[in-house]
Design a protein around this ligand. Sequence first.
Ligand SMILES: Cc1cc2nc3c(=O)[nH]c(=O)nc-3n(C[C@H](O)[C@H](O)[C@H](O)COP(=O)(O)OP(=O)(O)OC[C@H]3O[C@@H](n4cnc5c(N)ncnc54)[C@H](O)[C@@H]3O)c2cc1C
Length: 416
Amino acid sequence: MIANRSYDCIVIGAGPGGCTAAAIVAEQGHSTLIVERDEVPRFHVGESLMPESYWIFERLGIVRDLEQAGFTRKHGVQFVSAGDKETKPFVFAEHDDRPSNMSWHVKRADFDKLLFDTAFNRGATCSDQTRVLDIEIKKKGNHLVRLQTADGKEQEISTKVIIDASGQSAMIASRLELKEYYPDLKKAAIWGYFENAQRAGGGNPEVTCILNTKSKDAWFWYIPLGDGTVSVGLVGDNDFLLKRGNAPAKTFAEEVKNCPGIGRRLQDATQVGKFNIAKEFSYTTSQMAGNGWVLVGDAGGFIDPIYSSGVFLALKSGVMAGEAVAEGLHTGDISGKQLGRWADEYESGVKWIRKLVRAFYNKNFSFGDFMKKHPQHVGNLTDLLVGRVFDRNPGEMFDDLDPWLEKLAKGESVEA
Ligand SMILES: Cc1cc2nc3c(=O)[nH]c(=O)nc-3n(C[C@H](O)[C@H](O)[C@H](O)COP(=O)(O)OP(=O)(O)OC[C@H]3O[C@@H](n4cnc5c(N)ncnc54)[C@H](O)[C@@H]3O)c2cc1C
C-alpha cells in the first residue's frame, strides 16, 4: 500500500538488485518505496548463483533462509568440450576454504520473493503489480515517478532519489540513450525445464554444467533445481539461433543432436512447459549515475550468461549503490558523483569477467591448454569463476592470456 505522495527513494524493479538496494537504503531509516510491475513471486531466468554472492546474503542476514529454502546446493562448475570431453568438475571447496565456497541453484520466483520480503523487513514499502509508466528527472532533485497500481489507478509520486533496477527494461538508460550494445556479444537464448533429466547422484556434488556443441556455434547450460526439474538453456549468436526460420523447439532439438553430453543427460527427460526466449541482452551503459538517480544490476548493464555472474553483479551493485544513496540522503549530497561513487571500483572488477567471457567465445581457445602452459593462473581463474573480483585482482592472468588470444585470432599456433 503506497501511503505517501513522496519518498526519499524510489526503487524501480524487485529483482535481486532492486530488493538489495531497497533493503540497504530503508534500514538506514530513509523512506523507501520499491515497485514491481509483476505480481511477486514472478518467473525469471538466472538460476545459477555465483559463490561470492554469499557475502551479500550474510550482509542481508538471509544465509539461514537460503539454506532452508529447498534450493539445490551448487558445489561447482563442470565444462564439457566440443569434443564431448567431460572435464573434472571444478569444485569450489577444493580451491577455497571460506564459507562462500558453495552456492545455490535457485528458482528465481522463490529467491527474488525472499529478497522482496527482506526489503520489506528492513522497512521498505513494497508494492508489486505496480508499473512505472513514466519518470521525469529534474535537474535539482525531487523527480516525479508516475505509477499504475493493480487496480489500474495512476498516481504521481515525488522522490529525492530514483534507483533504477528495472533489469533489461533499463528505464533510465533507455530514456537517456546511455545503452551501448556489445557488437561481438549479440547472443540469444532458448531455454526450458525438464523432468527426469540426469542428476549428479551417487554422492557426487551437484554442479552447473556448461556444454559446448560440436560446432562451438552454441553452448548449453544445465542447472539442476530443487523441485527435481533441470533448467536447460541453449545460447548462441542471435542470427544463428533465431534467424534460421525454425520454431525454437526445432532449433533446440537440432542443437541437442549436436551436443552428445546434453543428449545423454536428457535421454529419459520430459519437458515441462514451453520454451522461453531472450535476445540481445548484453550491453553496458555510458553513465551509472546522475543527480538524484543511479543504475543497479541489469539496468546498468549485463555481460553474458556464460559464467552465471548476472545475479551476483545485481546484488553487488545493489549493495554499493544502496550504501551511496543512504549516505547521500544522510548528508544531503545526492549528486551523481556521490550516488555513483562506487562505479569505478565496480567496473574494475566487472572488466575481468567481461574479458573472460570474450575468451570463451574465441572458438580456438581452450582453458585446458592455457592452464597447462600457465598453471600459476589457476588461482586467478578460480577467483574469476567464483566472482572474487572486487577484493582481489585476478587481472595478472590476462598478461599471459591476452597475447595468447591475439595469436589465436591471427591464426598463429600457441604452444600448450
Ligand atoms: C538467458 C539468460 C540466462 C541467465 N542465466 C543466469 C544465471 O544462471 N545466473 C545468473 O546469476 N544470472 C543469469 N542471468 C542474468 C540474470 O537473469 C540477471 O542478471 C538478473 O536477474 C539481474 O537482476 P536485476 O535485479 O538487475 O534485474 P531483474 O531480475 O531483471 O529485475 C528487474 C525487475 O524490474 C521489473 N520492472 C521492469 N520494468 C518495470 C517498470 N516499468 N515498473 C516496475 N517494475 C519494472 C521487472 O518486472 C523485473 O522484475 C541470465 C540472463 C539471461 C538473459
